[in-house]
Write a protein of this length. Structure first.
Ligand SMILES: [Fe+2]
Length: 538
């Protein structure tokens, strides 16, 4: 018997305008027809354009019920319909239908869509990041919906999945915590004998994302697994030298799958990779600020952030080149110049709330802020015959692009909130001028905080003095204003870095407040606790 067709995801909303929004969903069949049915009496339809994802694969590390020996293509089709004639503030019900080539069809449940909100509309915006199929994510998203109901938008500060070309991580990883199921209330993840489904969020609310290190794949198909491929980027300039001009994306790094999955606002110079958008009273500026995560290990086998592996010293094709900055943000770069222009635009200057989102932390207690965010400086040791004996990388603190170039620009433009992720913890900071910094990335798991007796791994015997404890960029973390966690001695902790307590934050544009909530996943009957709140001044 033929099996009934299924959708690979529920529909979700993208790129709202004053009168329209896009509805996007995925199937594993091409189909003969795909459409959105919407309106008060479901009297309207909008046809979808269909395209196939070009890079999605599965491999020996996939969890989708099949066994693979190496990366193999997985066929996934994407459908996108433009729904027009909308009125801001008016929600309209909709569903989507996909018809298979044999005529069998499948429809989604009923959700709601709307145009982009007008200025003056009070909105609840979920601030989230770093889902990466981590254990607490489904519980986190479920508690978002249970606590605040339907949000109006999602700002996602990067790291959606782990290895972006592995299809199942977006759609149907059978451990139950893939990206779309979590954000669509179709996850299935058990903690402490409680199964969490995530929340029905992006069916009703547009999501604006930025690129984290986990959105970037390395050199295409040079290695035996997708994880190895993810870990195999090299700088574009090195790729040009090694391979010439041909398919530079394939021979360095790429964000192809991410860009194929999402329809985002675009900038002239950055396309989808950095952009700005007005959403109600918010001008959101999204930047492409992330670098390769490489191991801090210093042993001879480490192709790490501070050194190359000994076995590859004579083979630069296999070098990692340290923590590569994927898109420059240093003063004078294309992205920096675009940002400087954006910050002078009327859309930005007249916005009630000026928010900047990117992945890499400017201030954090987490591990990932060390080494400084700058181009790795290679130190090559040679013997008397010129043979390479060792390659080390240094990252001068004084050349940190985020601190040296970006933050002063944001300060001068009166940005109120800088929102980021990457370190998997919750903490926040305020600069002397009053600019807020928030990292709300203790969503699915944590890797701890360099505070309270814990230290980051820092290399010994290097020129630069890498900072093992606290915020290397000199701010003190702010103690949560309502209900901080307490240390054993009863003192309040200025952060949450926990694999039991998950955290989410909501930006309420009606009151201008950013509120953070925590939930103990190991005490499923416990309440969600509002533990911090601050207000953006305008
Ligand atoms: Fe990250």
């Amino acid at each position: 018997m033929k099996s009934a067709p299924q959708l690979l995801t529920d529909p979700f909303l993208q790129l709202p305008t004053d009168t329209s929004v896009r509805v996007v969903w995925f199937t594993e069949f091409t189909g003969s027809k795909h459409l959105v049915t919407y309106g008060d009496n479901f009297g309207h339809t909008a046809p979808a354009n269909t395209s196939q994802l070009t890079r999605t694969r599965e491999d020996q590390h996939s969890h989708n019920g099949q066994i693979y020996q190496q990366p193999v293509n997985r066929e996934v089709w994407r459908h996108e319909a433009l729904v027009t004639g909308l009125t801001p503030g008016v929600r309209v019900p909709y569903w989507v239908t996909s018809v298979r080539e044999d005529g069998e069809s499948v429809s989604s449940g009923i959700f709601t869509l709307t145009a982009t909100p007008k200025p003056g509309t009070p909105l609840k915006i979920l601030l989230t990041s770093d889902h990466q199929l981590k254990p607490m994510t489904a519980a986190n998203l479920q508690k978002v919906v249970e606590t605040v109901g339907q949000v109006d938008g999602v700002f996602f500060a990067g790291d959606l999945a782990n290895t972006p070309d592995r299809a199942s991580e977006w759609f149907d990883d059978n451990r139950g915590a893939a990206l779309f199921p979590g954000l669509q209330g179709r996850a299935h993840y058990e903690i402490a004998k409680t199964t969490y489904t995530g929340g029905q969020i992006i069916q009703h609310a547009p999501m604006f994302t930025c690129i984290g290190n986990h959105e970037v794949m390395g050199r295409f198909a040079r290695t035996r697994s997708l994880d190895d491929e993810f870990n195999d980027p090299i700088p574009r300039a090195v790729a040009k030298k090694l391979y010439g001009e041909k398919s530079l994306l394939d021979h360095s790094f790429n964000t192809i799958t991410y860009e194929e999955i999402f329809t985002l606002p675009q900038s002239l110079t950055g396309g989808k990779t950095y952009y700005a958008v007005s959403f109600g009273d918010v001008r959101l500026v999204v930047l492409y600020i992330t670098n390769t995560w490489r191991t801090p290990r210093l042993d001879v086998e480490a192709r790490g952030r501070y050194r190359e592996a000994e076995k590859d010293l004579s083979n630069p094709e296999n070098w990692g080149y340290g923590q590569i900055i994927y898109e420059a943000i240093a003063a004078g770069s294309q992205q920096y110049n675009w940002l400087a222009t954006e910050l002078k635009s009327p859309e930005f200057q007249q916005a009630r709330y000026k928010v900047v989102m990117f992945h890499h932390p400017p201030h954090t207690l987490g591990d990932n802020i060390v080494p400084p965010y700058t181009d790795p400086v290679p130190m090559i040791e040679r013997d008397e015959y010129g043979n390479i004996q060792g390659v080390r990388y240094e990252y001068p603190q004084s050349a940190d692009h985020i601190i040296r170039d970006l933050v002063p620009l944001l300060e001068a433009a009166n940005v109120q909130l800088v929102f980021y992720g990457h370190s998997h913890l919750w903490n926040r900071f305020i600069s002397p001028s009053g600019m807020h910094f928030l990292e709300t990335s203790n969503v699915g798991n944590s890797y701890g905080a360099a505070w309270n007796g814990n230290q980051r791994p820092v290399p010994i015997g290097y020129q630069e003095d890498y900072v093992a404890v606290g915020d290397p960029n000199g701010l003190e973390p702010v103690v949560p204003t309502i209900a901080p966690l307490l240390k054993e001695d009863g003192q309040p902790m200025p952060y949450i870095a926990s694999n039991e307590i998950t955290v989410f934050s909501i930006f309420d544009t009606g009151t201008g407040t950013v509120t953070s909530y925590r939930f103990n996943t190991h005490a499923p009957e416990s309440e969600v606790i509002k533990f911090d709140e601050f207000r953006l001044i305008n």
